[in-house]
Design a protein around this ligand. Sequence first.
Ligand code: ATP
Length: 585
Amino acid sequence: MLAAVMASDINWDPALSRLITTLKESDNLSNDQEIDFLKALLESKELNALVNVHTKVAKVGRDERLAPVLSTSSQVLYEVLEQLSQHCHLSDDCKEAFHLLQDSHVQHLLFAHDAIAQKDFYPHLPEVPIEMDEDEETIKIVQLVKSNEPLGATIKTDEETGKIIIARIMHGGAADRSGLIHVGDEVIEVNSINVEGKTPGDVLTILQNSEGTITFKLVPADTKGAQRESKVRVRAHFDYNPDVDPYIPCKEAGLAFQRGDVLHIVAQDDAYWWQARKDHERSARAGLIPSRALQERRILHERTQRESNDLDSKPGSCASLCTTPPGSPRLQTSSSSSSCRQPKTKKIMYDLTENDDFDRELIATYEEVAKLYPRPGVYRPVVLIGAPGVGRNELRRRLIARDPEKFRSPVPYTTRPMRTGEVPGREYIFVARDKMDADIEAGKFVEHGEYKGHLYGTSAESVKSIVNAGCVCVLSPHYQAIKTLRTAQLKPFLIHIKPPELSVLKATRTEARAKSTFDEANARSFTDEEFEDMVKSAERIDFIYGHFFDVDIVNGELVNAFEQLVQHVQRLENEPLWAPSMWVQ
Ligand SMILES: Nc1ncnc2c1ncn2[C@@H]1O[C@H](COP(=O)(O)OP(=O)(O)OP(=O)(O)O)[C@@H](O)[C@H]1O
C-alpha cells in the first residue's frame, strides 16, 4: 500500500502520488534498476518539497493582482534620480531621497525585480539526450486577441526549408508579453488556414483579415528566443526613417529617430537589425533600427557611389572632395575660399592644411552613452564652439562677468615677447618657442596656433587646474579643438553657438553696432559677405561636428542666448546628463 511506504506526516503532492502509484503498478512488469531509482527519487522528501514550492509559486504567479506593473523599474529609478537631482537644492527631503535611491542595494533590488518581471529566471537546462522520432513534432496552439496594437513579431520564409518562421519578436510587444511565441517557431496554421507554400505577405493578409482571437499552430523552435533586455544606450549620429529605407524587413516594425536621439538598444542579437526604443519611451514596443555594422556598410556604399558619380560627371575632379552628401555644405580646404576664411584679428590661427574632410571621414553611426552624474564641486568645462564672429566670446565674457569667482577661462600661453604693461600670467603665460613646440608635440595643448610668427595656445593643464579649483572652466576655442578637448579626462560640455537666420543675424548685429572680428582694427561693422560666411560656416561645423555637441544655442537676441547658456550651465551642475560611456567608468 502506498501509504505504508510514504511518510504519512508529509503533505504529498497529488501528481507525485499518482506517478508513484503508476510506477508501483508497473512493478510486476519490470524489476529494472532504473525503475527502483526513479521510485526512490519520487518518494524523496526533497523532491516532494520542491514540487510543493513550485505548485505554490505557480499558484501565486496566476494571481493577476501580483503581476508586475512594469518590468523596467530600474529605468524609472534613473528617471526619478534625474528629476530629484534638479530639486536637491530646494529641500533636504529631496536630497535624502536622491541619496537613498543612489544606494547600490536599492538599485540591485530593482534590477532583481526587473529580472523576475522579465521572466529571466527560467533555468537553462541542457538538452535532454533522448533519441526522438524524427517524424514526431510537438505542436503548440497559441491564441492571441487581436487589438489595435501590432503583434510585435515579424515572419520570414526559411531559406533552407521554405517554411514560414518567426523572424523577430519585438521586445515589449504583444507577442513578447504573451511569452508564447519565440524566434524560430515554425508557423503551420493561422486561424486554421494552412500556410504551407504561402509567402510572408500571404500570412500577413490572413492576419489583417482576421478579427477577434487569432489562433496560431506553431512548431516550437529548438531554442527559446526570449532574452533579457540589454541595458545599452546609444546616441544616434544620423537621422533614420524606416519609411524610406528599402532594406528594412518590415517598415511597420521600424523606429524613426533623429541625430542626437538617445536610444535604448534592447536586442543586438541580429547582425543587421537591432531592436531599440527611444530612451524616454520606456513602455513602448521596441522597433527595428539598422545595426552599427549595417549602417557603416551603408555609409561606405553611399560614399563609393557618390565618388564614382562625381568622377563620372566631372572627369579629373578630386575624389576626396566628394564625400559630402548632396545638399550638404561642401567642405573646402583652400584658404582663398570665402566660407573657410579665418578671422584676421584672431590670435590663434589654425593650420588650414589640416583638412576638415578628414574628420567627416570617420563613420558616425552610434556612440554608446551613459548618464554622467554631477559631482559637487567638480564642474565639467563649458566649451562654446561656433563660426568665427558668431558671438561665442561675447557669451563667454558675460558668463564670467556674472560670477568671476565661479566662471574662469585659462590664461593662454604665447611665445611672443612680453609688452610693456603686461604682467606674466595675467594676459599670457610667456614661454620659449622650443618649450612650447615640445609641449605641443607631447599633446599638452587643447588648442594652439600661430599668428605673425608666434605661437599661442591653451594647455590642458590650465583647464584641469581650473576644474580642480572647483570653478567652471569656460572656453571658446576654434572648432577644430573639439578633437583634442573631447576626452575622458576633461569631459567637456560642448555647446554649438549658431547664428540665427541671415535677416535676424544682420538686424541684431546692426542694432547692437557689433564690430566685425574680421577687421584688424576691430573698428567697422560686419559686411553682408561676412554674415553669409558665418551662416555657411555654422552649417559646415554642424555637418562635420554636429554629433559631438551636447546642445545648440541660436545666438539671435543676445539676452535670450545668454539666458539659455545660464540654464544649460545650471543643468550641468544639477542633472545627470548623457555622455560617452567611456567617460562614466
Ligand atoms: N546676439 C548678438 N547680438 C548682437 N551683437 C552680438 C551678438 N552676439 C555677439 N555680438 C557682437 O558681435 C561681435 C562679435 O562677437 P564675438 O567677439 O563674441 O565673436 P566670436 O564668436 O568670439 O568671433 P571670433 O571667433 O571671430 O572672435 C561683438 O561685437 C559682439 O558684441
